[in-house]
Design a protein around this ligand. Structure first.
Ligand code: ATP
Ligand code: MG
Length: 422
């Protein structure tokens, strides 16, 4: 039996990097006042069709949709925003806080062609800030996305655009449709159809011809109404005040219909065609569109797989091993070691020992292979003298530690180095 195409097992070596991504995200989000929300993976299909948009790639051809035993059409969520907003509305969360700052972490499902950094089950950390249309909130959210990458030690380019609002979009749409009709024969089959159904989508097409044409298409940025223009100006001013570097990309359109005004993407050139590590934007009409109060919001999502790939490529960090390996010579030493192992673990160290009665040489090899930071060597004679030898595997330094003083010596040395054991 094998895993499904585009579905991936995350083995322990890689899971360590996932933990790094998730814990860094949680820490950064906490500092920005974001709270975790956990939501289901399965929803009614209509939720996604109504929010993402019927004429988008995701809804048209990428969703895992099926009829359940009650004959109801359900979909494995392809993204997080619709679900979080459904929960926000269902629990009247706008009564809970004036601005709800929420994040969630979990799997998403899209039936795409699998390749490096593109899976059918992938994972996102995603955030939503609901309840204010202030450009300051946009800057905060974008600065938070930027900060997460900084703290992961990753480099990505931030691109910013505005998609306007229901006031100014129709004007742009008209210009765009006229332009596309003038060049209709250059468009791919899909895009010829999109000119009527969803012309903005054409700007997102990956085919070479369409892309060439799109570079000359009328940009929304040039059609923004006054309030949208002012909003963008203030977002930019705040980003500059926070020293978040960005560039303006008037041709960026997102693959989901719900975006208004501010949109942004975080791009890298280290992942081939999969250049976006994260993306997001404002969606001021969406809560109401889903049946909730008329409240604005902004959010973003980052793909964990792509962040992990970048970590692997940019750092190649060696995997952290246990703090301590207990190497025991002889049975009394092993018996003593086993209780010491428990004490070490209760004291907060990650500690391991051999459980198969292997010889000392083989135990030392194990410690090395595990990338343990320290080895404590306990022989029967040392044990009788209440002592053992502690070796730092990074520096090779050795010294004797007493075994009879509630581990004070041991914990101080092993637990003291670079915060391990805490
Ligand atoms: P792309 O242009 O690469 O298809 P997208 O615009 O469809 O990305 P979003 O819907 O904005 O992506 O999702 C946000 C992030 O989720 C992306 O920047 C990416 O890191 C990640 N992501 C999206 N689809 C996939 C996928 N199929 N496999 C892995 N990660 C994904
Ligand atoms: Mg996509």
């Amino acid at each position: 039996m094998q895993a499904l195409k585009g579905f991936k097992d995350i083995l322990p070596d890689e899971a360590v990097l996932w933990q790094q991504v998730e814990s860094t995200a949680r820490e950064v989000f906490r500092r920005f006042g974001f709270e975790e929300i956990k939501v289901p993976i399965l929803e009614k299909t209509a939720l996604f069709a109504r929010s993402i948009g019927e004429a988008t790639d995701i809804v048209e051809k990428e969703m895992y949709t099926f009829t359940d035993r009650n004959g109801e059409s359900l979909t494995m969520r392809p993204e997080g925003t619709a679900t979080v907003l459904r929960a926000f509305i269902e629990h009247a969360m706008h009564l809970r806080r004036p601005i709800n700052r929420l994040f969630t972490v979990g799997p998403m499902f899209r039936h795409e062609r699998p390749q490096k950094g593109r899976l059918r089950q992938f994972h996102q950390v995603s955030v939503e800030a609901l309840g204010a249309d202030s450009p300051r909130l946009d800057a905060e959210v974008i600065a938070m996305a930027h900060q997460l990458l900084v703290e992961l030690g990753l480099k990505a380019e931030l691109q910013l655009n505005s998609l306007g609002c229901p006031e100014c979009r129709p004007g742009h749409r008209q210009k765009l449709v006229a332009f596309l009709n003038r060049h209709r024969e250059q468009l791919c089959q899909d895009c010829q159809r999109r000119v009527e159904s969803n012309p903005l989508r054409v700007l997102d097409c990956k085919s070479a011809n369409c892309r060439q044409l799109n570079a000359e298409a009328p940009a929304i940025l040039d059609s923004l109404c006054r309030p949208c223009e002012d909003h963008l100006t203030l977002v930019r001013r705040d980003l500059e005040a926070l020293e978040v570097p960005y560039s303006l990309n008037p041709f960026m359109v997102r693959g989901l219909d719900y975006y208004t005004r501010t949109t942004f993407e975080l791009l890298t050139d280290a992942l081939g065609a999969q250049s976006a590590v994260g993306a997001g934007g404002r969606y001021d009409g969406l809560v109401r569109q889903l049946g909730g109060p008329d409240l604005p919001g902004i959010g973003f999502a980052m793909g964990i797989e792509r962040l992990v790939l970048l970590l692997q490529e940019q750092n190649g960090t060696p995997l952290p091993g246990p703090d301590l390996f207990l190497a025991c010579l002889g049975e009394p030493a092993a018996d003593y070691g086993f209780t010491l192992l428990q004490q070490c673990r209760l004291a907060g160290l990650s500690a391991l020992m051999d459980v198969q009665g292997r010889g000392l040489k083989s135990q030392m090899k194990q410690a090395d292979r595990l990338n343990s930071r320290f080895v404590l060597i306990i022989g029967d004679e040392e044990l009788a003298a209440g002592q053992a030898v502690l070796r730092n595997l990074t520096t090779g330094e050795e010294h004797r530690v007493a075994l009879n003083d509630q581990l004070g010596d041991l914990l101080q040395t092993v637990g003291g180095a670079d915060g391990a054991g805490t």
